[in-house]
Design a protein around this ligand. Structure first.
Ligand code: PNW
Length: 504
């Protein structure tokens, strides 16, 4: 704590001089022998650095980049079906070709290497491995990921695959998808199979990406707050279930996670580390004083009751069950034990505060403060700028649940990118965003929050679900007509940050 305060004060002292790496003369002609001795910015102040061994990665997911939707024996996924349904995707596009990564993965690994990345979070397309969801595996599907892993290792990049990033085999959807408890079991079988096949080279596995997005988004459609109002987000399979049925879907998803953890432990090489990658809903204190921080911590626990909280505590909170009433999920004690299976790390996707809050005398002890109408957002109206979320989300994951290892599994923003005449994409908004969020992440690590790595979303522009190709999240620009990849200004920023292991 003290050390942190001191170094931050020291950093402040240098603000405007060494910290920005400009000679003092620039500001008023007082260049002196002293300023010549000022440490150049190329040696970052300790206050800006991340712990040694910190992983610098980018993230993608299978459906968003792979293409090759009907090649090499791959089965159909619910996203193939959904995107092929007219009216579902804003620009009428699909992931049929996407970034053609399935054929261009070597070029893409080289891109990562050029970024100085030391880790890569990809996802594995379940129906590429089990075309029918269960039963006979498809050797050609496994072979693709095996080649990708080898290519990454050869480039010195540690693979961190996610087993489920929403592309459920259509064959399982035909039997009810996540409404059917058997899907949780099928997922575990697939997870165990993958662990068996890759854990000789892959040491970290994420089970499931963003529980809320594919359960609430896929089985009801989620309302998210934007500036002054709400917008509706929808995902495959595009159903609108009643609250009780939705809670059961959520339960099957966390059960699938728990069963997968057990299968990975049973089938993977000893020492294989496993966790999930969830979009934690963090309540962010508008005023950083003990009472507001405490209130926000309690609010964060409740806001994640059906997902992160039950997975890390092995029980649903009383408030969640009470509020759900007759719509509460049906479960057994044994289910809860499985769902709460011990993990090696916690992965969290952090984009924005779920909400700001302040302590309140009235139950439940906090008050949500809505985003002001003029609160700044990024290119996406849902992406309210709130870098403090990057401090409080991992901080609360540590303080609430004692996580020993935390990964930021996603963080990034879309920009209205244009290629300038000189061929560069000057995405100043993304550079500002990344710097602001990483400053807060560095604050967390300096405070002793055990964050072991950061995955920027995304390596390259890709299929942004129902928004199609219009929302460009990459630090590498992709011309989808030619598949040409061009690193943006933010890629240069990322390379420098990774090289110095610091905020730059
Ligand atoms: C994530 N929100 O989804 C997904 O994991 C990625 O596949 C996706 O491309 C990326 O973020 C960018 O959207 C999110 O409402 C969905 O805050 C919703 C939210 C955040 C992330």
């Amino acid at each position: 704590m003290n050390r942190h305060k001191l170094t931050r004060r020291a950093a402040l002292k240098f603000a405007g001089t060494a910290a920005i790496g400009l000679p003092m003369a620039t500001f008023g002609g007082h260049a002196s022998a002293q300023s010549a001795n000022v440490r150049p910015a190329a040696t970052p102040d300790a206050a800006q650095t991340f712990p040694q061994g910190f992983f610098w990665g980018t993230a993608t997911s299978a459906y968003q980049i792979e293409g090759a939707w009907n090649e090499d024996g791959k089965g159909k996924s619910i996203w193939d079906t959904y995107a092929h349904t007219p009216g579902k995707i804003r620009d009428g596009s699909t992931g049929d070709v996407a970034n053609d990564h399935n054929h261009r993965y070597k070029e893409d690994v080289k891109l990562m290497k050029d970024l100085g990345a030391t880790a890569y979070r990809c996802s594995i397309c379940w129906p590429r491995i089990f075309p029918e969801g269960t039963g006979q595996p498809n050797a050609k599907g496994l072979d693709f990921y095996s080649r990708l892993v080898d290519e990454l290792k050869a480039a010195g990049i540690e693979p961190f695959p996610t087993l489920y990033h929403w592309d459920l085999p259509q064959a399982l959807q035909d039997k009810g998808g996540w409404q059917n408890r058997d899907t949780a079991k099928a997922f575990a079988d697939y997870a165990g199979y993958m662990a068996e096949k890759v854990s000789d080279r892959v040491h970290h596995l994420f089970t499931i990406n963003e529980f809320r997005s594919f359960t609430d988004g896929g089985y009801r459609g989620a309302e998210v707050q934007v500036g002054g109002g709400m917008i509706r987000l929808e995902a495959a399979p595009g159903l609108k279930l009643a609250p009780g049925d939705l809670n059961q879907v959520r339960h099957h998803a966390v059960l699938g996670h728990g069963l997968a953890v057990q299968a990975i432990r049973a089938k993977g090489k000893a020492g294989t580390k496993v966790g999930f990658a969830d979009n934690v809903h963090a309540a962010v204190p508008l005023i950083e004083s003990p009472e507001h921080i405490k209130a926000c911590q309690a609010a964060t626990r409740e806001a994640n009751a059906p997902f992160l909280t039950v997975m890390l505590e092995g029980k649903y909170t009383d408030a969640y069950l009470k509020e759900a009433g007759k719509n509460a999920p049906k479960f057994t004690d044994e289910d809860l034990k499985v769902i709460g299976s011990p993990l090696d790390f916690v992965g969290i996707n952090v984009y924005k505060p779920a909400f700001y809050a302040l302590a309140s005398d009235q139950a439940p002890g906090w008050r949500e403060i809505p985003f002001a109408k003029s609160h700044p957002t990024m290119f996406n109206r849902w992406l309210s700028l709130g870098p403090e979320a990057m401090y409080w989300a991992p901080k609360f994951v540590q303080s609430l649940w004692g996580a020993q290892e935390i990964f930021i599994t996603e963080n990034g923003c879309a920009s209205d990118d244009v290629v300038a005449d000189d061929g560069t994409v000057y995405d100043t908004d993304r550079v500002m965003f990344l710097r602001a969020y990483l400053t807060q992440l560095q604050r967390a690590t300096a405070d002793g929050v055990p964050v072991k790595g950061y995955f920027q979303w995304s390596l390259m522009d890709n299929f942004e679900w129902s928004a199609g190709y219009g929302d460009r999240f990459g630090i590498v620009y992709v011309d989808f007509k030619t598949q040409k990849r061009t690193p943006k200004l933010s890629a240069q920023w990322f390379r420098e940050a990774a090289r110095r292991n610091a905020v730059v």
